[in-house]
Design a protein around this ligand. Structure first.
Ligand code: NAP
Length: 251
């Protein structure tokens, strides 16, 4: 059974791997055997150290996913690192909170470009390679707001609902090419993204009270889902949006 989850010899590109969920996913994939290419706008030396401790290779590519300008260069660099690209995790994302009456077009564009448009075009660039090289695994980071409306984050909800749609659409087209496209939908996790919520004296207890598991997620809680969707264990799994949410959606 353990071989099903073995990523030895694979190369995984993880966007936004310097912190939070992307960092935990990158480290989990490295511990399962993968070499890691981290792409993002901030120094990822902490992730690099953890990947080295797991005995795997690490390469950082400077990139800003607020536009698609860096996308092809990132995917080319990921392929060049070890001469292959097996796994892509589209994790980089932002959230901007405001009442819908006050949301600006700049905020809308920033969120949608990062969370949605770059996800599609990174996937496309990777799939153009994977389709010719025996397939691969694309894992998008969705959200509970791929299923629900959320509060004061309409652009984020739109973008993450689109991530679910993109996951379904690409799975339909690319399953026959040997490419598994799936998504993970994290619940409420302790990262920079949710710091304002955890500091909010009203929202923090309300959120916690709704989580059947009785606690917020910590980034390592995503390790199993990420390794599953990156590995041979999920070879016949296409187009799912897998909640890892302490039971939130079951409520
Ligand atoms: P985080 O700590 O804020 O991490 C976000 C990551 O995305 C960081 O590495 C960040 O880089 C990167 N990023 C943002 N904009 C970027 C850009 N324009 N170019 C390059 N990199 C960019 O939050 P997180 O919670 O780990 O978020 C990771 C993903 O999980 C996001 O897609 C988020 O929407 C999703 N998610 C989070 C939760 C949660 O509860 N935390 C729940 C559901 C979904 P910098 O460090 O440079 O900003």
């Amino acid at each position: 059974m353990s071989n099903l989850f073995d990523l030895t010899g694979r190369t995984a590109l993880v966007t936004g791997a310097n912190t939070g969920l992307g960092q935990a996913i990158a480290i989990a994939l490295a511990r399962a055997g993968a070499d890691i290419v981290a792409a993002g706008r901030s120094d990822a030396s902490e992730t690099a150290q953890a990947v080295a401790e797991a005995g795997r290779g690490f390469h950082f590519v400077q990139a800003d996913f607020g536009s698609t300008a860096d996308v092809q260069r990132v995917v080319d660099a990921a392929i060049a690192f070890r001469g292959r690209l097996d796994v892509v995790v589209n994790n980089a994302g932002i959230i901007r909170r405001a009442d819908s009456l006050d949301v600006t077009e700049d905020d809308w564009d920033a969120v949608v470009n990062t969370n949605m448009k770059s996800v599609f075009f990174v996937s496309q660039a990777a799939a153009r390679y994977m389709a010719k090289h025996g397939g691969g695994k694309i894992i998008n980071v969705a959200s509970l707001l791929s299923f629900q409306g959320g509060i004061r984050v309409p652009a984020y909800t739109a973008s993450k609902s689109a991530v679910a749609g993109i996951t379904h659409a690409l799975a339909n087209e690319w399953a026959a090419l040997g490419i598994n496209v799936n998504a993970i939908a994290p619940g409420y996790f302790e990262t920079n993204n949710t710091a304002p919520l955890r500091d909010d004296p009203n929202r923090a207890p309300a959120i916690l009270a709704r989580i059947p598991a009785g606690r917020w997620g910590v980034p390592d809680d995503l390790a199993g889902a990420a390794v599953f969707l990156a590995s041979a264990a999920s070879n016949y799994v296409h187009g799912i949006v897998l909640p890892v949410d302490g039971g939130w959606l079951a409520r």
